[in-house]
Design a protein around this ligand. Structure first.
Ligand code: SAM
Ligand code: SF4
Length: 390
């Protein structure tokens, strides 16, 4: 099992799956393995003991997996192994898109978040390894690469002599991979040189996921996010000035402890003003070990859900309006699927693989998966687009 510990729901799913696996193990002898952020936490280790997990590997011990499987018995490793950074996974067979880790860990201390505890401080991977991994992906036919990290724009800061994130973008953007993406950026250091690097490198998708978390300064302060609303708005103004076609997305947490109706209204006003293309909304989930757990004034679950629904309703209107700006334009679509003759499903640079919208394209029937075709957009839904091959 690969686990996530960022919110309560995925943790509960693991608990219930472990219960099922324990029964199955009694019946036919299984080797149960658990990896990911939950494995690194006390809570996960307690569960592992209770449910008879054999192999337990934290996010820093990924490279112990072959050894753990060979041992075929109880094997726990919660260390942060140095070779995790050096390991180059084999390219996925037949995939068009792939993810490449450029930095691990996080140096921020957002009060709601468990990631710095589970993943440790920021450590950038050597640029030679990153470029080598991408070259192998390119040779294997991958046409879309997403550079990954909790804060990609911190890349290089921890290692003297490493390129900055802006420099890395230019390097990767020049390798002949047609689409280069990156996830996730932090608003506090989304600096002008990064915006310039995107503007000057055609292969870098004009898609920026910049989580804001709240639009109210009072809440941002309690979350220990190191910027305020005005800074965020200034950054997106700057992005739009340099990259008029940029698609902006964000994450928001509603119902953070102490969030009042007034804070929430300020957040709704912020969303009207910021006009972001896409918003992921999460109800605040108290996770064991996070500082925000101890903050006073928890917001009742039904208020969180009600705020979430109101926010989504407002954002659906904004997202639809933003999506409509593509109607009448011709955009390049990377074909992911051909569900029936004459119909292709693909993505423009606006859509991250597996996360965002898609484009439904009427084709002449000769296109193949993996092709990038020009598509005239005829119609927009909130998230998806519809068009014809141009
Ligand atoms: N490093 C990125 C950042 O700073 O935005 C993303 C980190 S987190 C794994 C992904 C998203 O989960 C965050 O943007 C946040 O909105 C959400 N999240 C994290 N902790 C949460 C919590 N305790 N409750 C609800 N949502 C949470
Ligand atoms: Fe968590 Fe992101 Fe904040 Fe780091 S910057 S603590 S990963 S939300």
């Amino acid at each position: 099992m690969n686990t996530c510990a960022v919110r309560g729901k995925p943790v509960e799913k693991v608990r219930s799956l472990l219960g099922q696996l324990r029964k199955e193990k009694e019946r036919r002898g299984l080797l149960i393995g658990m990896m990911g952020c939950l494995a690194q936490l006390d809570e996960g280790q307690q569960m592992a003991k209770k449910f008879g997990v054999d192999v337990l590997l934290g996010p820093g011990a990924l490279t112990s997996l072959p050894e753990a499987l060979k041992a075929n018995e109880r094997f726990w490793d919660l260390t942060f192994r140095e070779d995790v950074l050096d390991y180059i996974p084999p390219p996925p067979k037949g995939a068009l898109s792939a993810h490449v880790t450029i930095i691990r860990g996080c140096n921020h201390h957002c009060t709601y978040c468990i990631v710095p505890t589970t993943r440790g401080p920021e450590v950038s991977r050597h640029p030679d390894l990153i470029l080598k991994e991408i070259e192998l992906l390119k040779q294997a036919g991958v046409v879309e690469v997403t550079l990954l990290g909790q804060n990609v724009n911190s890349y290089g800061k921890d290692q003297p002599g490493f390129p900055s994130f802006a420099e890395l973008l230019r390097m990767v953007g020049g390798m002949g991979i047609p689409r280069v993406r990156f996830l996730t950026s932090h608003p506090v250091n989304f600096t002008d040189d990064i915006i310039e690097a995107i503007a000057e490198t055609p292969a870098i998708c004009r898609y920026i996921h910049l989580p804001v978390q709240s639009g109210s300064d009072r809440v941002l302060r309690r979350m220990a996010r190191e910027y305020r609303r005005a800074h965020y708005l200034e950054r997106i103004r700057k992005i739009r000035e340099a990259l008029p076609d940029a698609v902006l997305s964000t994450d928001i947490i509603v119902g953070f402890p102490g969030e009042t109706e007034e804070d929430f209204q300020i957040l709704l006003d912020f969303l009207e003003e910021a006009e972001l293309d896409r918003v992921g909304v999460f109800a605040y989930s108290p996770v064991e070990g996070a500082e925000a757990n101890r903050l006073p004034d928890p917001v009742p679950e039904e208020v969180k859900e009600e705020r979430k629904a109101r926010l989504l309703e407002l954002q659906a209107r904004v997202s639809l309006r933003k999506n409509q700006r593509f109607v009448g334009k011709t955009l390049e679509v990377l074909v992911d699927e051909l569900p029936e003759p004459g119909l292709a499903v693909g993505r423009t640079y606006r859509d991250s693989p597996g996360i965002d919208g898609v484009v439904y394209v009427e084709t002449d029937g000769t296109v193949r998966v993996g092709e990038r075709i020009p598509v005239r957009i005829l119609r927009a839904d909130t998230y998806d687009l519809h068009g014809v091959q141009a």
